[in-house]
Design a protein around this ligand. Structure first.
Ligand SMILES: [Zn+2]
Length: 354
């Protein structure tokens, strides 16, 4: 299980809100944990349960993970911790006949009407979107009138499959990795190029042209780099096929072409996305927001420098230009034309030289 700290590093905003809620005794009685990552959906309910039951929380409100209650949760010995997950062949959660019908909603709900051993009862519904409509409607009543001190945690990767009435009765907890790991050739050069272009006290046509050249160099190297990667991956098999002089050669060459194509499209999409992200985050910095809340703080320059050189209004106009560039590059206007137009537009937003 990942630690509270590691979730805090990945998702500072919702995690801080959670520990504050514990500290202020304002925790919700039901959370809807939405994440595309199945590990988070499996793991996180335990941490959330620790947060609920911890009797000796840290000063910030986060669970200590050391007290008797935290230990019981972690060791699977907490008596009032009940999990419902899709079990039938159809991978569906159904209402069920009665409270003795295991892995059904009736069974699950019955656990919360038994006399409790602990102060808090914890109920986890894994993959809550697999509840059929009648099960969801039945559970709605429990959500509306929770039986005593309960914490319900519903997890899902597809929140849209849940009834709006169920969703609205849970506090949303989105653990979504929106961070993009940029890893195309020379991606690390781009932030410096954009900084050189946009964070300047005054205009310079020559500088704008330099930036155009550098960006163009990177975008035009993406295809050959993708071809090289695909060729290298298949080299041993291609060699072997050539030795046998069989029809496999053609097939492998086709595979190389196909892989190079998809690698190229991925790289190009990342190239476009990085430029856009940089300007979108520039707006946030100019607005005075903290780097720590941004999905890709690592690509940004010093916030102080941004605030000194870019007004909020100008940052917004720069982002508009980046959005036009995005549109142009995706519709395959000539790259050189699109990049030059963009760099000139950004340059034009800077002060005239005196
Ligand atoms: Zn504790």
């Amino acid at each position: 299980m990942e630690s509270w700290q590691s979730y805090l590093e990945k998702f500072p905003i919702p995690m801080t809100a959670l520990s504050r809620a514990k500290k202020g005794d304002r925790m919700a009685h039901a959370y809807l944990l939405v994440s595309s990552n199945p590990d988070y959906r499996l793991d996180f309910p335990m941490l959330l349960a620790c947060l609920r039951v911890c009797v000796n929380p840290n000063p910030d409100g986060s669970p200590c993970m050391e007290c008797k209650e935290c230990k019981k949760i972690q060791n699977g010995l907490y008596p009032d911790f009940h999990v419902l997950s899709p079990a039938s062949k159809a991978r569906e959660i159904v209402i069920g006949k009665d409270s003795d019908d295991p892995d059904t909603l009736r069974w699950f709900e019955a656990q919360f009407h038994l006399s409790s051993i602990s102060e808090w009862k914890i109920g986890v519904i894994q993959e809550a979107d697999t509840m059929n409509e009648s099960a969801q409607n039945a559970f709605l009543k429990t959500l509306e009138e929770p039986p005593g001190k309960c914490l319900f945690i519903l997890t899902t990767g597809r929140a849209s499959n849940l009834l709006p009435t169920v969703r609205s009765r849970c506090q949303l907890l989105a653990l979504t990795d929106n961070r993009c790991e940029y890893r195309f050739p020379r991606c690390s050069d781009i932030p410096a190029i954009l900084e050189n272009l946009a964070l300047q006290p005054q205009r310079s046509l020559m500088r704008a042209e330099d930036c155009t050249r550098s960006l163009l160099e990177i975008s035009s190297s993406l295809l050959s780099a993708a071809q090289a990667v695909a060729a290298e991956r298949w080299a041993p098999r291609l060699e072997a096929a050539k030795e046998l002089e069989n029809a496999g050669v053609k097939l492998i060459e086709k595979r190389i072409d196909g892989e190079a194509g998809s690698e190229y499209r991925r790289n190009r999409e990342q190239f476009i996305s990085l430029i856009h992200t940089w300007f979108a985050q520039l707006v946030l910095l100019a607005e005075g927001m903290d780097l720590s809340i941004m999905p890709n703080p690592e690509v940004m320059p010093d916030p102080e420098k941004v605030r000194k050189l870019v007004t909020v209004d100008r940052a917004h106009r720069m982002l508009e230009s980046a959005e036009s560039l995005l549109g142009a590059l995706r519709t395959n206007v000539n790259d050189e034309l699109a990049l030059r137009t963009f760099c000139l537009a950004i340059n034009q937003m800077l002060k005239k030289p005196v």
